[in-house]
Ligand binder design. Structure first.
Ligand code: 5AD
Ligand code: SF4
Length: 457
């Protein structure tokens, strides 16, 4: 259902904004980062050029996130500041899209009436039409509630020429009770394998060496597809096909769901040299009571069995996870069970989040079981301290070893340092000059911290 009447842009043929500059501000996850790259492709196609400096931009696209409450707060703070940006030149155009726009279209308009275009997550290819309409008719909001197709014809303008995101699936069919994603990103839709393969071949042709396959639930990829009415192209099969593409040296994927990890996929990760020995397996909680209340579809025992399987099948694997602290009803014993899993699994890295009640999710209504803020803060701190010790130990294992690093870019903080990652996904700071960007190099790891490795050539 559309929330505004969609008028086909017949007023002028194809607008061209030749010479104008655009800037994109992205909040949130890798999916959003990649959506911004696709928007950049659309803007370039319309004749605009990218500007890293917002003050030089004529058109600004803000790609929003709504996964936790602080993302919303940041957005409205940013939109407040942008009122001034917009007022400094009459022809400046401000466009807001992404998950918060999809969820809170009226609120964005109400709190920031100076926004020219509010667009959702399902109709980004309409962005130039909407911009044209806003210029002719004034501010416009267009959100559609669902999509049936993944747009594949957009040539994304990627941030990195070495490492590229490739969408394999959009949406999510799970119903984790804390999560807003299914309501802003819609049902799970897999992209056709041939489109994925063609895109990756063309990336390889352009010199890209590493690809990260993106989806909300990548290891359930293909369940909605039928090829020749016979069989489904499962995720594992996709990995094998991508592995055959010349020029691609490394393949990563995110995010999988623990309940959907098949042994075949883990074997493929072990068998295929180009598929990185890195597995992200989001735990969320170690307590069976909380996992059940989250609707995660596994318990502690099943999760630990998967961790054991991952470790036994994939040599020198690096495992990362997501954990939510302070889910409604979490008591000290539940939290201890999360700590037990963390101690047992010894993740290389975790992404930790304090539970954030999202209106519209099931857990938002568990209000009578909300955990006190100071209790959440205390548990969060204890988990952080423990994980830092574990990460320190995990990163130390690379000290005085040689590793293959894909060099990605110059460090923002130091011009004499290049950053990139080893196969396990660990960030490396390499002392080297910029001619090594884009290369897969054998480097000496001489030191480590709990967050990155230090290397020389
Ligand atoms: N509160 C806290 N963390 C959340 N996440 C998703 N929704 C919430 C929420 N409401 C976390 C989960 C997920 C990651 C992407 O964000 O850990 O895996
Ligand atoms: Fe959200 Fe759960 Fe889907 Fe992940 S699997 S996007 S946490 S609903």
């Amino acid at each position: 259902m559309k929330t505004s009447i969609h008028i086909e842009n017949k007023i002028r043929p194809k607008a061209s904004r030749n010479g104008l500059k655009y800037h994109i501000k992205t909040f949130g996850c890798q999916m959003n980062e990649h959506d911004s790259e696709k928007i950049a492709g659309i803007f370039n196609n319309d004749g605009m050029t990218k500007s890293d400096d917002i003050d030089n931009a004529d058109v600004l696209f803000v790609n929003t996130c709504t996964i936790r409450e602080n993302a919303d707060d940041k957005l409205y703070g940013t939109l407040g500041h942008l009122k001034k940006w917009k007022s400094l030149a009459p022809n400046r155009r401000l466009l807001v899209g992404g998950c918060a726009a999809q969820k809170d279209k009226e609120l964005v308009r109400e709190r920031a009436p100076w926004v020219d275009v509010v667009i959702g997550t399902h109709n980004t290819t309409e962005i130039i039409n909407l911009l044209n309409q806003a210029e002719d008719w004034g501010p416009i909001t267009e959100i559609i509630e669902e999509t049936t197709d993944i747009e594949t014809e957009i040539a994304a303008v990627r941030e990195s020429s070495v490492s590229a995101f490739v969408t394999i699936q959009i949406g999510c069919n799970n119903s984790c009770t804390f999560c807003i994603v299914p309501s802003v990103r819609g049902i799970e839709i897999s992209r056709r394998p041939s489109d994925i393969i063609n895109e990756i071949k063309s990336l390889a042709h352009d010199g890209v060496k590493e690809i990260t396959l993106l989806g909300q639930n990548v290891n359930s990829y293909g369940r909605d597809l039928m090829i020749n009415n016979r069989r489904k192209p499962y995720f594992t099969e996709l990995l094998y096909k991508i592995h055959d593409i010349d020029g691609i040296e490394r393949i990563r994927f995110t995010s999988p769901h623990p309940k959907d990890f098949k042994i075949e996929t883990l074997k493929a990760v072990a068998d295929l040299p180009k598929v990185a020995n890195q597995i992200h397996i989001p735990l969320q909680s170690g307590s069976n009571k909380i996992l059940s209340s989250m609707h995660r579809g596994y318990n502690q025992k099943r999760f630990l069995e998967k961790v054991d399987l991952i470790k036994s099948l994939i040599p020198n694997v690096s495992i990362s996870s997501d954990i939510i602290v302070g889910f409604p009803g979490e008591n000290e014993d539940d939290f201890q069970q999360t700590m037990d899993v963390v101690n047992y699994a010894e993740f290389d890295l975790i992404f930790m989040f304090k539970f954030s009640p999202r209106p519209g999710t099931v857990a938002f209504d568990y209000v009578d079981q909300f955990v006190e803020k100071k209790v959440i803060d205390d548990r969060f701190m204890r988990l952080k301290v423990r994980q830092t010790e574990i990460s320190e130990k995990r990163y130390k294992r690379y000290q005085n070893t040689k590793q293959t690093m894909l060099v990605e870019k110059v460090s923002k903080k130091d011009n004499n340092i290049l950053t990139g990652r080893i196969e396990g996904g660990h960030i490396v700071h390499l002392e080297s000059s910029s001619e090594n960007i884009g290369k897969l190099l054998n480097v000496n790891i001489y030191d480590s911290t709990p967050f990155f490795l230090k290397a020389t050539l």
